[in-house]
Design a protein around this ligand. Sequence first.
Ligand code: BES
Ligand code: MN
Ligand code: ZN
Length: 493
Amino acid sequence: MALSVSLRGTREPLDAPLVALVLGPDTVLGAAVAALDREMGGVIARSVRQRDFRGGKDEVLHLTGGPSGAHRTLLVGTGAAPHRATALRRGAALAARRARQLGVPTLALHAPGASRPDEIEALTAGLMAGAWEYAELKSPPPPTDLRPALESATIVVADVAKAKAGLAAGTALGEGQALARRLAMMPGNLCTPGYLAGAAREIGRRHKLPVTVLGRKELEKLGAGSFLSVAQGTPQDPKLVAIEYMRGRKGDKPIALVGKGVCFDTGGISIKPAPGMEFMKFDMSGAAGVLGAIEAIARMNLKVNVVGLLGATTNMPSGTAINPGDVVRAMNGKTIEITNTDAEGRLILADVLGYARRYAPAVIVDAATLTGACVIALGHNATGAFGTDETVLNEVIAAAKAAAEPAWPLPLWDDYKEQISSDVADLKNTGGRAAGSVTAALFLKEFVDEGTPWVHLDIAGTAYSESDLVALPKGPTGVPVGTFVQFVRGRAR
Ligand code: BES
Ligand code: MN
Ligand code: ZN
């Protein structure tokens, strides 16, 4: 169950077991905080005066309350943040994460001065992100260690009516991100291609959206030889899933959101080394991002046409698996020499991008955990962004920034194309170590119609964190849900 977030006015009494105040270095505490401070015997103002709390980034001070009012107060710092919504989001996430660790069932959150819809939205989505956990596969702790689960939060605002739209949008986004994170966290033996298709169907059922699922047989009929070459080593049925959200103007070309859905990537015959291979369950984060985005977009009831497309399979070595040197033919007719079976994401996406053609999309944005090279280039702090149309590329990068999921441009120049030319086929699926993210993107470009603006997001470094991120635990970050949603919102009427 995702955290349920509500609003309350500053004049209502703050009798929560935990009150979290999100503060920057220069935040004016205001009348609402003064009232809380009086109840707590002046400890808040004193802590600020004594510089025990300075409002720095990720700073947290836990204050124990008195016999009445708030039982505890948490001062959470944002630092002198240049982007206020991003800082509020992080502060709220940190507060919710601490609340969950403390074992309180509910918290009240107050960020003095936050009132704009985007600020309330950031607080809401932040609370939900910080409260998120994946505990489905853990046995419950012994009764002596059992703490109440964090179930609800309330945001304290000066004007409840004005904050409602922000709460609704933040909740929609939070639900979409929670859905995507759950799918990415699930191990590969549970989150199979069939399971991903089922998740899409379930979203479709709840929001009354048509969902199409194509399996191996249907893909064969379509001539999706590139996608199928990856799936030929696994007994699991691969799935190409399309989910249509057509609530925009009739006749408006849809936005196509495309995701790589490799439920587990062993590398295939070009098998990966054992250490760290377990993380390759996250190789469907692009697909999870598409589903999470559709969930959020539907909850927001955006007036826009969007089609979500994902290609799901596992990449396995076996007696039937594709071998290096083999040549296959993609749906658009191009032949591909497979020089490394571990470069499977681009083989799958080649045909999903080919399939997107039937929707005559206005624009295609794909997200894929495509290359380790992108992690080398940009680390874990930025998604790699490539585009055939500079204006649209900048639009996506701006959306990523607003969503606190930074993306940074990398070149998509023809100069690199030589690296993926093949002696036997139209192209090969790897281009060597140099500029590995660029050659992967250039490969994908071969399967996009020339007239269709296309943006490719390489989320290999940003979709999943192997270390604790302070505001978020280890595991899936929710990337690229925020970016997709923000981009689509910008195009809704
Ligand atoms: N899913 C991986 C990319 C990846 C690697 C993401 C490490 C995150 C961390 C992808 O399918 C892959 O294996 N790519 C290869 C391509 C190479 C064979 C050209 C890679 O990056 O090593
Ligand atoms: Mn791979
Ligand atoms: Zn992969």
